[in-house]
Design a protein. Structure first.
Length: 324
């Protein structure tokens, strides 16, 4: 039997965590031969709800789940963790401006970044889901000077999956026929879902769909998918977000030759400012991701990629003083 790994999920009583914890405990993220210890962090007001979830987890009698640590203390939550899924974040309240939201969450992610730096396994892999995810990941990364920036990421995998699925539905092909779809940029409405390099059964997607559909249907529907689900369901997406988070970490650990989208600190690729947490196409080997290099970028794509970069730079400017 393998040694158990410790996984922290913040916002443990939230709806994404509820969709996540049970599947991780069942072995869906790291494999059915990998025992896990779940650390669940919540704010004091949500601890009762969290207790109920812990009771349900116990009632599943998962063979892989060796222990559950339920806590409101950041130090306890982050001690010795191998994987950190930072899901909890403050939602935008009535009358709250975007910059207020950035700053409130900035405080949370500064504390959590410092705790990762101090208490986590030095090889911890961090995925930020809580919004604004890219900038929250940037703050955590900058608050953890002893960890490598490459250990921090934010989730654009749900956007990626949405893009793959929309293309598959349009063409009437299985999702497995599609590769090389890209989400560039911020996990926000400025993200750029790009199928200029996508392959469908190894044939260029561009030969199969017209530009009008890409610009007026595909791109906006991927960008606005979260809002569309809230409008119809009355709640934000949770199961699909949890599934994407698991896929993100599973691939990061196990590797993939297929292109997946991950928001990671820019190394300057494609002219994106260094260290911004920006979504790129990556492949993954031996636990390390590699940004797909040297893709040809047309003028239209360049403009969209720049627009998302600009938004991330504005977000960064709004929180810079928190990092001093
Ligand atoms: P959810 O579990 O639905 O969402 C959690 C976060 O994920 C939100 O910031 C949400 O952003 C974000 N998110 C990212 N991608 C997606 C996506 N594709 N679809 C939906 N959400 C996405 O929120 P809940 O309100 O149910 O739960 C949050 C929990 O976090 C609460 O229990 C709260 O107490 C806790 N919390 C914990 C903290 C901590 O552990 N220190 C700090 C703050 C809160 P968006 O809001 O933009 O949809």
């Amino acid at each position: 039997m393998k040694k158990p790994v410790r996984i922290v999920i913040t916002g443990g009583a939230g709806q994404i965590a509820y969709a996540l914890a049970f599947r991780i405990a069942a072995g869906e993220m790291l494999g059915t031969d990998q025992p896990v210890i779940l650390h669940l962090l919540e704010i004091p007001n949500a601890l009762d709800a969290l207790k109920g979830i812990v009771m349900e987890l116990e009632d599943c009698a998962y063979p892989l789940l060796q222990d559950i640590v339920m806590t409101e203390e950041v130090k306890v939550a982050f001690t010795d963790v191998d994987y950190a899924l930072l899901v909890g974040a403050r939602p935008r309240g009535p009358g709250m401006e975007r910059n207020d939201l950035l700053r409130v969450n900035g405080d949370i992610f500064t504390v959590q970044g410092k705790a990762l730096n101090e208490y986590a396994n030095p090889r911890v892999k961090v995925l930020v889901v809580g919004n604004p995810a890219n900038t929250n990941a940037y703050i955590a990364m900058q608050s953890a000077p002893n960890l490598s920036p490459q250990q921090f990421s934010a989730m654009t995998r749900l956007d990626h999956n949405r893009a793959v699925s929309q293309l598959a539905i349009k063409l009437g092909v299985p999702v497995t026929a599609i590769n090389q779809v890209i989400i560039w940029g911020n996990h926000s409405a400025t993200q750029y879902p790009d199928i200029n390099h996508a392959l469908v059964h190894n044939q260029s997607a561009l030969a199969l769909v017209d530009q009008n559909w890409i610009n007026h249907d595909f791109i906006p529907s991927v960008q606005q998918r979260g809002a569309a689900i809230i409008n119809i369901r009355g709640k934000s997406s949770a199961a699909s977000a949890a599934f994407a988070a698991m896929a993100h970490l599973r691939d990061w650990v196990s590797g993939t030759d297929a292109w997946v989208s991950m928001a990671v600190p820019s190394d300057g690729s494609y002219g994106i400012a260094e260290k911004l947490i920006y979504s790129f196409p990556v492949t993954i080997k031996d636990g390390e991701y590699h940004i797909v290099p040297a893709l040809e970028i047309n003028e239209l794509s360049h403009a969209r990629m720049q627009a998302s970069q600009q938004e991330l730079e504005q977000e960064r400017a709004a929180i810079t003083d928190l990092l001093c």
